[in-house]
Design a protein around this ligand. Sequence first.
Ligand code: GUN
Length: 293
Amino acid sequence: MVVLSGKEVANSKLEELKSKTQSFIEKYNRKPTLAVILVGEDPASQTYVASKKKACIKLGYGHKDYVLDKEVTQKELNSLVDALNEDNSVDGILVQMPLPKHLNEQEVIERIRSDKDVDGFHPINVGKLLIGLDCFVSCTPKGIMAILDYYHIETQSKNVVIIGRSNIVGKPMASLLIQKGRDATVTIAHSRTKNLKELTKSADILIAAIGRANFVTADMVKEDCVVIDVGINRVEDSSRKRGYRVVGDVDYQNVSAKVSAITPVPGGVGLMTIAMLMENTLESAIMHEEKDN
Ligand code: GUN
């Protein structure tokens, strides 16, 4: 059994980006810059935003951080996005999701200029991805592809089952895998899927993106399966100082004993998401410079 270390792949990617960033700064005399907007005080979102800032500092990127009150109006949030859209020193804009209920997430996603949409959530980028054009790709699916590439896991003619149909993971993951060159046969399962176990047992590659701790059990996978665990679930654990531990969507202990390869949690897909965000931001900066010159 191979442990697919997202940590190793992410570190290798970050080293590559660090050196490319130095060349960018020398060439264009400015830093690639990411603006991150956090609304409210959701603890998980605070953690994610802090990791993004840390990654920017580590790689030598510029970063602009905005923490808005949870009562902020749509109009105020839109105005901030508009200002960042206009700001030529900003290459990427990320609004941390989920937003408080009174705000319209889709409106915000569509307000961000598609050439600064380093999350790859804008309908223009989602549409381009589906038809195989160059675009910003959602960071988690892009990170999963990078893990598969790093470990030389072939996708051609493989049966891939994705559990979860979210716009952030499930749908873009399927779009990537069905493209020419990747050539996978993809099934997306979700909460209304019948006979889920039958389906998952047919998977050569199983991607779990459900958001439920330990949902995928050993009886649901076949023996030589490659398992990608996208879950980041906090479960109570009084033995930990912070009162919880983080587990994936897969029952790691029992599933890892059966399959041929698996991503751990933590240390798997989550770290790749940030590395890919950094890659998208640098690509955006290069694109902006090349367009202007
Ligand atoms: N919330 C959970 N994942 C993500 C992500 O990749 N981007 C943003 N903006 N919000 C998220």
